[in-house]
Design a protein around this ligand. Structure first.
Ligand code: TRP
Length: 329
C-alpha cells in the first residue's frame, strides 16, 4: 500500500542543477517507493518565458527527462509526463482561472522575483497565470504531496486555496496537496549569489563533467577576509563551506576546524568539495549515459508516462465536469 501520490516537476528551460537536486530531486528519489510518483515536464510553463524559442523544447524536454532518470527515478515505478500532451491540465487551468483574482497573482513573491530577473516591465497573461496552471499540474492526478524548493511554496499555497474554493463551491472532488521542501530549500550560488539559477550563470549542472565541476568549484567565492594562505578562515561566511555542509557533511567538523586554524588552504578545501560533488555525480553520469545512448527508450518512457497521466486527467476532469454541471450529454 502506498502512502499517497506525489506530483512534482520542472520547467524544461535547460539542464537541471544542484539547486534542483537538493530542493526536490533528492526527495523524489527517496520517496518513490512510498508514494505513487508523477513527474511533470512543464513545457507549457517553459513557454511562459521562452515563447520565442519553442524549437528548443524537444531537446530541453529530453534533457530534463534524463536528469530525472539519471538521479535514480525508476521508470518502472514513476510516471514521467509531458505537460502539453495532457490537455486535461489545460482544461482544469481554465476552471481555476475563474477562482483567483489578478491582484492575488500580481502579489505572488516568486512571480515578482522572476519578473525582475527576466527584466519584464510588463508580464504576459500566461506568465502571470502560470501558478494557476501549476495548480492544475498538481491536482489533475489528485496528488497529495509535492516535493519542491522553497521558491515554489507560494504556488502551493495558491493551489491549496484553489482546491478549497472549488471543493466548497461545487463538490469536494479535488485533493488539497501539501508542499515538502528539501532539507536545503534554496542553494546559494557558487558566486555567493542568493540562489543557484541558470539565468544567473552560477550553476553546477547534473550533466557537467568532472573537469567542469572542478573548474567551477575552483572559481567559487570563499571567505573574503582570508586573503593569504596563513590567514585564519571564517567558515560561516564561506560559500564553499556552505556547499560542504550540503554535500560533504561527514567532513564538516574537520573542515571547520582546519579552516579556522588555517590548517587547510582554500585551494585544497575546494579540491575536497569538487571530489565530494563528483562522488555524488558519478553514478548520475553513469545512468545518464545509458539513456543518452538509447533515445528510443527515453521516448518510450515519456510516451507511456504521458498516456498513463492522461488516464488520470480524464478521470479527474469527469469529476470536475460533473461537479460543475458541465456534463451535458
Ligand atoms: N515551477 C516549477 C519550477 O520552476 C516547475 C513546475 C511546474 C512544478 N509544474 C509543477 C513543480 C508542479 C511542482 C509541481 O521548478
Amino acid at each position: 500500500m502506498k502512502k499517497g501520490r506525489i506530483l512534482t516537476g520542472d520547467r524544461p528551460t535547460g539542464p537541471l542543477h544542484l539547486g534542483h537536486y537538493v530542493g526536490s530531486l533528492a526527495n523524489r528519489v527517496k520517496l518513490q517507493d512510498e508514494y505513487e510518483t508523477f513527474i511533470i515536464i512543464a513545457d507549457v510553463q517553459a513557454l511562459t518565458t521562452n515563447f520565442e524559442h519553442p524549437e528548443r523544447l524537444p531537446e530541453d524536454v529530453r534533457q530534463v527527462a534524463m536528469d530525472n532518470l539519471a538521479v535514480g527515478l525508476d521508470p518502472e515505478k514513476t510516471t514521467i509526463l509531458v505537460q502539453s500532451m495532457v490537455p486535461e491540465i489545460a482544461e482544469l487551468t481554465i476552471v481555476y482561472s475563474m477562482l483567483v483574482t489578478v491582484n492575488v497573482l500580481r502579489h505572488n513573491p516568486t512571480i515578482k522575483t522572476e519578473a525582475k530577473q527576466y527584466g519584464y516591465k510588463e508580464v504576459s497573461y500566461g506568465f502571470l497565470g502560470y501558478p494557476v496552471s501549476q495548480a492544475a499540474d498538481i491536482t489533475f492526478c489528485k496528488a497529495n504531496l509535492v516535493p519542491v524548493g522553497v521558491d515554489q511554496v507560494p504556488h502551493l499555497e495558491l493551489t491549496r486555496k484553489l482546491v478549497r474554493r472549488f471543493n466548497e463551491l461545487y463538490k469536494p472532488v479535488l485533493v488539497e496537496p501539501e508542499a515538502m521542501v528539501g532539507e536545503i530549500g534554496r542553494l546559494i550560488g557558487l558566486d555567493g549569489n542568493a540562489k543557484m539559477s541558470k539565468s544567473l550563470g552560477n550553476c553546477i549542472y547534473l550533466s557537467d563533467s568532472a573537469e567542469e565541476v572542478a573548474q567551477k568549484v575552483s572559481m567559487a567565492i570563499t571567505d573574503p577576509a582570508r586573503m593569504r594562505r596563513n590567514d585564519l578562515g571564517h567558515p560561516n561566511v564561506c560559500t564553499v563551506f556552505t556547499y560542504h555542509k550540503a554535500f560533504n557533511s561527514t567532513f564538516v567538523p574537520e573542515l571547520k576546524k582546519e579552516c579556522e586554524t588555517a590548517g587547510i588552504g582554500c585551494v585544497d578545501c575546494k579540491k575536497r568539495l569538487a571530489s565530494a560533488l563528483n562522488g555524488l555525480l558519478d553514478p548520475i553520469r553513469e545512468r545518464r549515459a545509458k539513456y543518452e545512448a538509447d533515445p528510443k527508450l527515453l521516448d518510450e518512457i515519456l510516451s507511456a508516462g504521458t498516456a498513463r497521466a492522461r488516464e488520470e486527467g480524464r478521470k479527474t476532469m469527469a469529476d470536475v465536469r460533473e461537479a460543475m454541471h458541465l456534463d451535458y450529454f
